[in-house]
Design a protein around this ligand. Structure first.
Ligand code: FE
Ligand code: FE
Ligand code: ZN
Length: 297
């Protein structure tokens, strides 16, 4: 089953139901959302009646729950313990976020591992591991898995290589609740040449099992291989290219993993996702993507 969708808009009013509706409008059967603004930690309580309705809609449309991914806000930085209260706040927020994900009956929370902000890689990894162990311990009555996202290596980001993800994974006591989220733009910008994707998978398996990958962010990149920039481009319009990205979407080893588009809005206004999902489903590149002024926003 091809599991394809995009990042979708979430607010406390529309809730999970509006995420499902946006996904269906775009022709997707998977989606990812933030439980509030991605750049802050203000969160409203989850409306469980809305969640119930959303799940009914999903059932009718044949969308399984494992196709739904939550992304933790990107300001959470578990690697930085320069200010103890901020680090403790990040841990506390993550615990609450896992409870929210669990209350919706969902399983996957994507997390940026963190940036060491000058403290050095080793200290950063230790801080992440210590934080994750606390978070997992305090949420052990849930089965929510934290998916560590592979990063572009911008600034002092940790997680720009599979070895760095592995270092975190190996420090965690309960690895059954740790997984990985690949991001194709980040991998490219970190220096992994995805044109030879089989080699990438072979190398990945030298460090970690493929079975812990539960989400793939399908983004093209505005920048060259190894640029460490992290600027997403629309599907097929960047330096990775349509054929390489399509090969990853349809790779038999990753068949059951949800693929999520996080590509930019056209002219900052129009959602590209319906057209991009169509390109992926039909396996045909649409060079007119940017002409689509009428695309659903
Ligand atoms: Fe991310
Ligand atoms: Fe991503
Ligand atoms: Zn990114």
């Amino acid at each position: 089953m091809l599991r394809i969708g995009s990042h979708v808009h979430y607010d406390s009013k529309g809730g999970l139901l509006s995420c499902v509706e946006e996904t269906l409008q775009n022709g997707g059967n998977a989606f990812m959302f933030y439980t509030g603004a991605p750049q802050n930690t203000k969160r409203s309580p989850i409306d469980l009646e809305n969640v119930r309705e959303a799940k009914e809609r999903m059932k009718k449309a044949g969308i399984p729950l494992e196709n739904v991914i939550v992304h933790a806000p990107y300001i959470i930085n578990l690697a930085n313990r320069k200010e103890e209260d901020k680090w403790q706040f990040a841990i506390h927020f993550l615990i609450e976020e896992i409870k929210r994900v669990d209350s919706m009956g969902l399983s996957y929370l994507v997390l940026h591992p963190g940036s060491h902000v000058g403290e050095g890689y080793e200290v950063g990894v230790k801080n992440i591991v210590d934080a994750l162990n606390q978070v997992l311990e305090k949420t052990k009555d849930t089965s929510v898995q934290i998916l560590l996202e592979t990063m572009a290596g911008k600034g002092s980001e940790i997680g720009k290589t599979i070895q760095e993800i592995k270092a975190i994974y190996e420090g965690v006591h309960d690895t059954s609740r740790i997984g990985v989220c690949l991001d194709t733009c980040h991998l490219n910008d970190a220096g992994y040449d995805l044109k030879d994707f089989d080699t990438f998978l072979t190398d990945f398996q030298k460090d970690l099992p493929l079975s812990i990958i539960h989400c793939i962010h399908m983004n093209d990149s505005k920048n060259e291989l190894g640029s460490q920039k992290d600027r997403h481009e629309n599907f097929g319009f960047g330096t990775i290219g349509f054929d390489t990205l399509l090969k990853i979407v349809y790779h038999p080893a990753l068949e059951e993993i949800p693929k999520i588009l996080e590509t930019p809005y056209i002219h900052h206004l129009y959602s590209p996702y319906q057209k991009e999902i169509e390109m992926i489903r039909t396996k045909k590149f649409n060079s007119h993507l940017f002409d689509q002024e009428k695309s659903l926003s």
